[in-house]
Design a protein. Structure first.
Length: 191
């Protein structure tokens, strides 16, 4: 009857340490979980943009005299309370994307501002371009990336994608909301 091998003792110590760390992490998640107060939700509601489609483009005078080649886009809203209504966006030449009829974009309404319409008595509401709609191409790129990771990495690639999804979920549903809920950033990052 000899001594137990040292690797079994070290394995047990590692398992106990892993169990304690898991319990501490779960306790930290429960203690620091964001409360979901409405004040935290305000930041996400303000940033929401509506879907729109460009229905016409015309040349427009630029507000900045140094700029040339500005254009006015007539848009039709595809979502939100003003769905089906038309509005106007004026784009400058510097840094503006090239948009044409049929392009899908996301816009926010400029409250209290309006631009002269097409000669009718009612001025058209003014909007600001938030972004060009790129959901479909981004989803295709994500699917191709995932397929390549799985094909080239096989089982390890699939596990890495699961780990990436869990990490993104933690950042989205725990870390950012907990910090916005005024929890200690150091404790949140530690958990």
């Amino acid at each position: 009857m000899g001594k137990a091998p040292s690797h079994s003792i070290s394995s047990r110590i590692a398992l106990v340490a892993l169990g304690l760390l898991t319990l501490a992490t779960v306790a930290g998640l429960v203690a620091l979980w964001p409360s979901g107060d409405p004040d935290v939700q305000i930041a996400t509601e303000i940033a929401e943009a509506e879907e729109a489609e460009v229905v016409a483009t015309t040349a427009s005078p630029c507000q900045n005299p140094a700029e040339q080649g500005c254009e006015q886009l007539t848009i039709e809203l595809r979502s939100g309370v003003d769905e089906g209504q038309q509005g106007v966006i004026v784009l400058g030449q510097v840094g503006a994307p090239e948009l044409g009829v049929g392009d899908r974009i996301r816009v926010t309404r400029n409250e209290g501002l309006s631009l002269p319409g097409d000669g009718s008595a009612e001025p058209s509401p003014s909007y600001s371009l938030t972004e060009v709609e790129r959901s479909a191409p981004m989803l295709w790129l994500a699917a191709i990336f995932a397929a390549l990771v799985i094909v080239l990495g096989r089982w390890r690639g699939a596990r890495s994608l699961v780990g990436l999804a869990i990490s993104l979920a933690l950042v989205t549903f725990f870390i950012i909301p907990a910090i916005l809920d005024e929890r200690s950033p150091l404790l949140v990052a530690l958990v």
